[in-house]
Every structure is written in structure tokens, then in C-alpha cells.
Write a protein that binds this ligand. Structure first.
Ligand code: CTP
Length: 210
């Protein structure tokens, strides 16, 4: 099968030296890419800026901003069977990019933010989608309720939820615990383990659901 996977954060530039971003390390998305490759699948990995080596045999597309990630995803949909949108895309970006460095001496800047385009929702809204669409949900409260809302709102086939409030899990960590939600099925917990072990199970579940 052919996977398209997004991973890592995006960076939304304010001026030539500053940006808005988040704590995503890309480790979960890269682990899913590696697990899919190890299981013999083809992988297009669309990655924001991370400090991780490129998985051998993946087709790696490097992007920086949410807009670049949106365009790269839409340009690489051909022939895919499973899309796993694991990236922590910035929800907001500065309304304008200031071409010259903002000087402290000019006072405290007011930075107007505008929403980025939602890549996951844009795939869910495709009229004749032939691939399985999996989104991620990072939650601190009401995991199941929020994950199931995301399933419906963004029209995905699968939502993979992680509790980012749990100590030692999620962002930057090598371990994770995930709960997988499909419509009309009880949530399936993948108990705490290395991101690489969890990714192997997730790849199997996604292939079975396709
Ligand atoms: N996502 C995306 N494009 C965006 C924002 C998010 O594709 N511009 C995807 C992420 O890759 C992930 C899912 O949407 O698969 C996360 O949804 P989001 O609504 O951002 O969830 P949270 O980050 O959990 O935010 P919130 O709780 O505010 O809804």
C-alpha cells in the first residue's frame, strides 16, 4: 500500500529571524513512516522542520510553513491508499510577514494572527476520496468526546488520540500511548510503549481498516 504521512511542526514566519511554532518533534510521524516501510509499504513523508534523519526509502518532502505543507499534501495524493496526518500544523500564522527584522526600539509589536488552512479537513471534504484518512488529536481533557467530534467535523475515517497532559508521553518523548477511534466502534487503546512499537501496531490497524 502507499502511505502519505505528515509529521513534525510547521513554522510561521513573523520576520526574517522569528517564527511561531510548537513543541512537536516529529518522532511519532517518523516512527509511523518507518513502521510502514518496514512492513513493505511505500511512503511519502511530508515533514516540517525536525532534527531527525530521513527514513531510508521514504520519499521525503521537506516543508516549513502550513501553506507549504497544504500544497505538498495536495500535490502528492496520487495513488495513495492511506493518509496519516500526524503533523502539528500551526493553527494560526501572522497576517503579514515583515520583510525586515522588527527592532526592539520600535516598541512591543502587535502581531495579528489569521487561521491557517486545515489540511485534514480539506482531505475529508474531497468529493471522491479513495484513501483511508487518519487524523491525530492531541487532547488534555475529554479525550473520547473530543476525538469523536474530530472524526465527524473533519470527516476522517480514523482519529488517533493522545493525551498530551500525561507526564513523559507525547511531545518530544520517545514513548506514547494512543487511543484509536473509528466510527461505531469502541476506542482501542494502544498502551504505553515506544513510539516505534506503537507505530507498528497502528500501521497494521490502518491497513486492516483500509
Ligand atoms: N491539522 C491539519 N491542518 C491544520 C491543523 C491541524 O491537517 N491546519 C491536522 C493535524 O495534523 C491533526 C489534526 O488536524 O491530524 C489535529 O486537529 P486540530 O483541530 O488541530 O486538533 P488539536 O490540535 O487537538 O486542536 P483543538 O483541540 O484546538 O481542536
Amino acid at each position: 500500500m502507499k502511505f502519505l504521512i505528515t509529521a513534525g511542526p510547521t513554522r510561521e514566519p513573523i520576520d526574517p529571524v522569528r517564527y511561531i511554532s510548537n513543541r512537536s518533534s516529529g518522532k511519532m510521524g517518523y516512527a509511523i513512516a518507518q513502521a510502514a516501510l518496514d512492513a513493505g509499504h511505500e511512503v511519502v513523508l511530508i515533514s516540517g522542520p525536525v532534527a531527525l534523519p530521513a527514513p531510508a526509502r521514504a520519499q521525503l518532502v521537506r516543508v516549513t510553513t502550513a501553506d507549504e505543507m497544504y500544497d505538498a499534501v495536495h500535490a502528492n495524493l496520487g495513488g495513495i491508499d492511506i493518509a496519516v496526518l500526524c503533523a502539528a500544523v500551526a493553527d494560526f500564522k501572522p497576517a503579514v510577514f515583515v520583510a525586515r527584522k522588527i527592532k526592539k526600539s520600535a516598541g512591543i509589536p502587535m502581531i495579528e494572527l489569521v487561521p491557517t488552512r486545515d489540511i485534514l479537513a480539506s482531505l475529508g471534504a474531497l468529493p471522491e476520496k479513495k484513501f483511508l484518512l487518519a487524523g491525530f488529536a492531541a487532547e488534555t481533557d475529554d479525550l473520547e468526546k473530543n476525538a469523536r467530534e474530530k472524526l465527524e467535523k473533519k470527516r476522517c475515517d480514523v482519529v488517533v488520540a493522545n493525551d498530551v497532559s500525561a507526564p513523559g508521553l507525547g511531545f518530544e518523548s520517545d514513548e506514547n500511548e494512543l487511543t484509536i477511534f473509528l466510527p461505531d466502534q469502541p476506542g482501542r487503546v494502544l498502551p504505553r510503549g515506544s513510539k516505534s512499537d506503537i507505530a507498528k501496531v497502528l500501521v497494521k490497524i490502518l491497513c486492516a481498516a483500509q
